[in-house]
Design a protein around this ligand. Structure first.
Ligand SMILES: Nc1ncnc2c1ncn2[C@@H]1O[C@H](COP(=O)(O)OP(=O)(O)OP(=O)(O)O)[C@@H](O)[C@H]1O
Ligand SMILES: [Mg+2]
Length: 326
């Protein structure tokens, strides 16, 4: 595959399996994920609880090794990096924002923000000066000397954003960044992201179960059961399809199509096999929808597929409780 100059992050065929002691076996949290994030792009991954969002973030950021597949930063595979190179990548290229902000409780706001620079051997004085500049830009200079438990949830998230920005990363991976704050604060944090993107050239990958947060992104990918099932937005780039793409058929015969391939073939449906021989299969669509012969009443789900909430209204297309698509 050719690497676009603008590509910051790409993952190819990511699988992740958690080994568990459970009688029903290991948990397959990611099942063949392909994702690409370009310079300055905001991409969201939206999915219900347990769909694999945090697992994806950890694998993408090099915090956890995926069971199969690879992650590339600016075209460079992280599985081939030495420990020192991986550390360098984490310090200079990628930053994280977590749902609960992950601030060190015994350190004041200023020192929490300055900490990544101290690890990079920047002098404490210079680190504090840069941290103070960021606190001022994010409107929390007055809280600089306070401890995390003395500030509000929104202020904690602003502190976490400042800490993520201080290393001037190329991409910020945010796992439910507004998950622990109220809707008004959530909106102000999203506006802040927008201002940051306009000011500095940084990409965002945000995972969320909130449709509102997903709507803020340029592009939104829908994750269900460790697979992308749909892509929404305007900046969808189909050009990568000109290259050969891998399609995975696992041991149980399930086929995982990359989301762009699914989009090009016109979405899910019923397909007929035309040719089946060793190492080769070709299929052709026979009907548009899987439930082709059913009436409208039967086609519309009565319960939310993500949280089980009952839809009160026939015409609503998102769940009022969890925001998942009907
Ligand atoms: N350390 C672990 N050991 C075993 N299974 C795990 C582990 N972490 C996550 N899982 C399982 O992997 C699947 C995906 O979990 P993950 O935390 O990635 O989901 P999520 O989409 O982030 O959910 P949420 O919205 O609740 O944060 C779930 O079935 C979960 O139970
Ligand atoms: Mg999670």
């Amino acid at each position: 595959m050719t690497i676009s100059e603008n590509q910051i992050l790409r993952a190819d065929d990511l699988y992740h399996v958690y080994d568990t002691e459970a009688v029903d076996g290991n948990i397959v949290a990611l099942r063949g994920i392909y994702i690409e994030v370009k310079r300055g792009e905001v991409v969201s991954v939206v999915g219900p609880s347990g769909s694999g969002k945090s697992t994806l973030m950890k694998c993408l950021g090099g915090l956890m090794k995926s069971s199969a597949g690879d992650v590339f930063f600016e075209g460079k595979s992280i599985s081939r990096l030495t420990a020192a190179e991986l550390l360098n990548l984490r310090q200079h290229t990628v930053s994280f924002i977590f749902q609960d902000s992950n601030l060190l409780p015994y350190m004041n706001v200023l020192n929490n923000v300055a900490l990544p620079l101290k690890y990079m051997k920047v002098s404490p004085r210079q680190a504090r000066r840069e941290a103070m500049d960021l606190l001022e830009r994010l409107g929390i200079k007055g809280q600089a000397k306070m401890l995390p438990n003395q500030i509000s949830g929104g202020e904690k998230q602003r502190t976490a954003i400042a800490r993520a920005l201080i290393t001037k990363p190329k991409i910020i991976l945010a796992d439910e960044p507004t998950g622990s704050v109220d809707p008004v604060t959530s909106r102000s944090i999203l506006n802040l992201f927008r201002e940051i993107i306009d000011e500095v050239s940084v990409s965002f990958l945000i995972v969320t179960h909130s449709r509102e947060v997903a709507g803020f992104a340029d592009r939104s990918l829908e994750l269900v059961d460790g697979r992308f099932v749909a892509e929404h937005g305007t900046g969808i780039d189909m050009s990568s399809l000109a290259d050969t793409r891998k399609i995975i058929i696992d041991a149980t015969g399930n086929i995982t199509l990359p989301d762009e391939v699914l989009s090009v073939i016109g979405g899910p449906g019923v397909f007929e096999t035309e040719k089946v021989e060793k190492d080769n299969i070709s299929i052709t669509r026979v009907t548009e929808t899987i439930n082709d012969s059913k009436t409208k009443d039967e086609e519309v789900a009565l319960f939310c597929p993500a949280c089980g909430n009952k839809y009160e209204d026939f015409d609503v297309d998102t769940c009022l409780k969890c925001g998942a698509l009907r």
